[in-house]
Design a protein around this ligand. Sequence first.
Ligand SMILES: *Cc1c(COP(=O)(O)O)cnc(C)c1O
Length: 349
Amino acid sequence: MGSGQLTIDLDAVAANWKALDALTGGACETAAVVKADGYGLGASRVARALAHAGARRFFVAVAEEGAAIRDALGRGPEIYVFGGHMSGDTDMLHDLDLIPMLNSIDQLTRHFEALPKSPFGVQLDTGMNRLGMEPAEWAAVRDLVLSRTPSLIMSHLASSDDPSSPQNKAQVQLFREMTSGCGIPRSLAATGGILLGPEYHFELTRPGIGLYGGRPFTDAKAVVELALPVIQTRTMLKGEVVGYSATWEASVDTQIATVSGGYADGILRSLGNKGHLWAGNTACPIRGRVSMDLITADISHLTEQPKVLHLLGPSQGVDAVADAAGTIAYEILTSLGARYTRRYSGRSG
Ligand SMILES: *Cc1c(COP(=O)(O)O)cnc(C)c1O
């Protein structure tokens, strides 16, 4: 087999959802964020596994993403769209029974005119300055909006991965002020917010990355494994160079394995001369640049020729790869390529 093998453990996704759900009290519901194709892992499979675990509300970024989720789950579960009601979305929102999180007065107007009887939620901006109505806008329309009984009112924390950030307290306080006495279910916390504690939980939480095994939920079970087949091995003599632009030179004779997988598969070029592939629990440093389809790694210290090397697995999780690449696990996951052979393990979904 020439392509990398990506294994996605749906039971681990389900277990992570249950563990995050257990961190909040009885009256607080746990939703699931499955945007960007379920953080790159396959939205349909992941959504089914999460529904099986008990999730009843799902979030996507744009209406188009809701189609795959509705298809996978059938009628019943609620699907919310963070991007709200965009021009051209009306039929899709209506036909697929999606709930837009309305972000502006423009979107409120569009929704109330086009789909006056359809459910909606409201997103408020409490300091991130990305999506949602600001306090003054909200004050102007609050009574009108509440009279139409939104399904959910939410806001999003900008710094919840850092419990010491004063922005968390500022945002939760403003969210409380903007929603006091509204009588509508509220949601503020994504994965990071769940870990900040009960003050941040409200009636619904919306974890994403924690379901898929990334920080800040450090108790998460690993979800992905990525094995890259070794195509060829060779001996580089002292003084020889490897890869494009000859960025690594052997200072002693070196055994090099060339594996199938590269930046076209979402393995970031920034891992060149920085990251590691693994043979079981032995690290093999990446030597030279990451090419489009190939990576070269140092296997001089191995006693046996490996058939595959792992980029992701028990010895190296998504956060470790992200650290080596100078990014975050979210980007590692959502970059996972389309060329891998994908296998789903576990009985969930
Ligand atoms: C992506 C996203 C989430 C999920 O965040 P995680 O950090 O992955 O848990 C929740 N809410 C909003 C608005 C988002 O954009």
